[in-house]
Write a protein that binds this ligand. Structure first.
Ligand code: ADP
Ligand code: ASP
Ligand code: MG
Length: 436
């Protein structure tokens, strides 16, 4: 059974939802994973933030505007009076539920219930549309099978068991619709797979069912060789290996949620990126097979903090790095890049929520310097280390910029460069011009 995930823009309006229905209306058995309509999760985040900040009037303004938007979608999506009026009733009930939250003691548990509404609404509206169009389908609640454990990691065994059981209770059915992004946690509370997590849902389902393919349908014709939001004339790459795609997604290529590739790689389930607006475009196929050596793409990840620890005690000593890393381990903060000199080590982190405590402890080991607002630019390709001639192009392109860190040789597939975020667009453009 194939898994097809449609992102926010792909279901962003009544018209788009109808187009998706057209794309999936054939006899092939499949599970459709839907995101919330584009913009909805952002609005739900804003509603929650307003409640956190004790601004209920502001929350209600956003709720009312969003509800209006959905009334319009309902009106355009359904053609019969019966469906229009039940659609409106459904929307009213969801938004009354969102309105029922108050700023008193508003906490993470309530926030996650609010954030889940986007996908609950999109799937219900879509399923209802298929019903009106007499396309037989089953709405499978993701909350019945998608679960994360205490480390916020998906509980693969639970997902497989419960999804298989759910599907088994609909013999003969071929088309299933479910929510991306949302899940339950170990306490049975509503939770989620972090922003952009619907891609991750699709790959977890694909792996649980040992699917022949997971398709990620979005608003662009595949994985581009540079970030199209910052660079002109980027183009889609027809094939990538799991390793290449994983590096690109982890280092900022927004087209795929960073965790999507690893489960697919481990289970060897191909992932295909397709464009909902241009379904005939080839897109990108991600498999275990590398397709040629050399740099294939560049991606960038913002919001990086760099921490340097300098100590004379590092000179000719062993065990210093262990002590540095133990601090990060203690505060459960992953390190992305590392560079060392004889007397200093610099590391980057993405999650700076425990920065103050980390710095306090690192001061026991040496002088500490912190730099904020940094960006990791990552160049990815298969076996790039074995290629000749490209290093000159990379450094010539970067000649006019100040580079804070360079990481080369950690794998054969990646070069990472740390730069001030203010230079990001110019660096991406310069690399694009020189490499592609
Ligand atoms: P969806 O809502 O379908 O999940 P996203 O907005 O999350 O879509 O991802 C698609 C967007 O990712 C594209 O519109 C594009 O602007 C952006 N993007 C960033 N880097 C890349 C890249 N390397 N290739 C393709 N798209 C990229
Ligand atoms: N709706 C969620 C978000 O906007 C999940 C997703 O779109 O993948 O983050
Ligand atoms: Mg996305």
């Amino acid at each position: 059974m194939k898994v097809l995930k449609f992102g926010g823009t792909s279901v962003g309006s009544a018209e788009r939802m109808k187009a998706v229905a057209g794309l999936i209306n054939n006899d092939e058995p499949k599970i459709i994973v839907l995101s919330a309509l584009s913009g909805t999760t952002n609005s739900l985040v804003e509603i929650s933030n307003s409640l956190y900040k004790n601004k209920p009037e502001q929350a209600h303004e956003i709720i009312n505007a969003l509800e209006e938007k959905y009334f319009k979608v309902v009106d355009e999506l359904y053609s019969t009076k019966v469906f229009k009026s039940s659609g409106k009733e459904f929307i009213t009930s969801r938004f009354d539920f969102i309105r029922s939250f108050t700023n008193d003691d508003f906490s993470g548990i309530e926030e996650k219930k609010i954030l889940a509404q986007g996908e609950l609404i999109s799937t219900e509206l879509f399923h209802y549309y298929l019903t009106e169009a007499k396309i037989d389908s089953v709405l499978l609640p993701a909350l019945n099978f998608m679960r994360i454990d205490t480390n916020d990691e998906p509980d693969r065994y639970y997902i497989k068991e419960n999804l298989t059981r759910e599907l088994g209770s609909y013999p003969g059915k071929k088309l299933f619709i479910t929510q991306g992004y949302i899940c339950k946690n170990l306490h049975g509370e509503i939770d989620n797979l972090k922003r952009g997590g619907s891609d991750y849902t699709a790959s977890l389902i694909g792996v649980a069912l040992d699917s022949e393919e997971v398709q990620i349908w979005t608003d662009i014709s595949g994985f581009h060789n540079n970030d199209p939001r910052f660079v002109e004339n980027t183009y889609a790459i027809s094939r990538l290996s799991f390793d290449e795609a994983a590096e690109l997604a982890y280092f900022g290529a927004k087209v795929l949620h960073p965790s999507t590739v690893l489960p697919a790689k481990n289970a060897n389930v191909p992932v295909r990126l397709k464009n909902t607006m241009k379904p005939d475009d080839e897109g990108t196929l991600i498999t275990d097979k590398p397709n040629g050596d050399g740099i294939k793409a560049v991606a960038a990840k913002d919001g990086i903090t760099v921490i340097k620890v300098k100590s004379g005690r590092m000179l000719l000593a062993y065990g210093f790095l262990t002590k540095v890393f133990q601090v990060f381990q203690h505060y459960e903060t992953p390190i992305d890049m590392i560079t060392t000199s004889e007397v200093a080590v610099s590391v980057t982190i993405d999650d700076a929520s425990r920065l103050r405590k980390i710095v306090e402890e690192l001061k026991n080991l040496g002088d500490v310097e912190v730099g904020k607002n940094m960006t990791i630019v990552c160049l990815v390709g298969h076996n790039i280390m074995n290629q000749k001639g490209y290093i000159k192009k990379v450094f010539e392109a970067l000649n006019d910029f100040s580079l804070r860190m360079i990481s080369y040789g950690g794998s054969r597939h990646n070069i990472s460069i740390l730069i001030p975020s203010d230079d990001k667009k110019a660096v991406l453009e310069a690399l694009h011009k020189s490499l592609f």
